[in-house]
Design a protein around this ligand. Sequence first.
Ligand SMILES: C[S@@+](CC[C@H](N)C(=O)[O-])C[C@H]1O[C@@H](n2cnc3c(N)ncnc32)[C@H](O)[C@@H]1O
Length: 197
Amino acid sequence: MSKREKPDFYAEKARKDGYPARSVYKLEEIQKKFNIIRPGYKIIDVGASPGSWTMYALKLTKGSGLVVGADLKPMVLRESYSNFFFMQGDIFKEETISFLAEKGPYDTILSDAAPATTGNRTIDTGRSYSLVEQVIGLSGPLLKKGGSMVLKIFQGGDEKELIDYMKTIFETVKIFKPKAVRKESFETYFIGMSYKG
Ligand SMILES: C[S@@+](CC[C@H](N)C(=O)[O-])C[C@H]1O[C@@H](n2cnc3c(N)ncnc32)[C@H](O)[C@@H]1O
């Protein structure tokens, strides 16, 4: 087993807490600091599979509001929830956005989506940039005025341009690297709050 695969503190904790991925503790840290999920909120989770962030959002919304998970891969949660549905496929398609817009607007858009990686940092950060740019583009049709957005991004590319753009559409923008991010990882999170609409 390589060092990367060895279960660490967070992987063990996720197993014990019943979450399919350790990434839930990144969202938990973000939530504790920025309070972007509340009971009754409507939330979209982009890149939701295998489902830890969605499960955490469902726990915090307390059976009210709506949580929509979207991913290219399938996702099956252990329990069923009346305020949840999953969409497999490309969330950026026009018809998907129109369908989601009918059920919106949303209080929070979460994106832990990560592109397929090659190991080449330039290519990977470029792909991450494009993905984040597309997720930011969902704010216009889907995000409520005053809403928030959480975005995962690979550092080392032109991410400052994205931050600068986010500052034009959100009142507050923060860069936050949770402790649960693996030491060797170059990912970080952008948090946009109070969407200007
Ligand atoms: C790190 S995983 C997300 C883990 C998830 N937040 C959890 O806690 O279980 C990243 C996911 O992003 C998805 N993804 C990548 N590109 C995507 C896209 N264009 N649309 C939707 N999902 C995408 C991948 O399929 C992958 O499942």
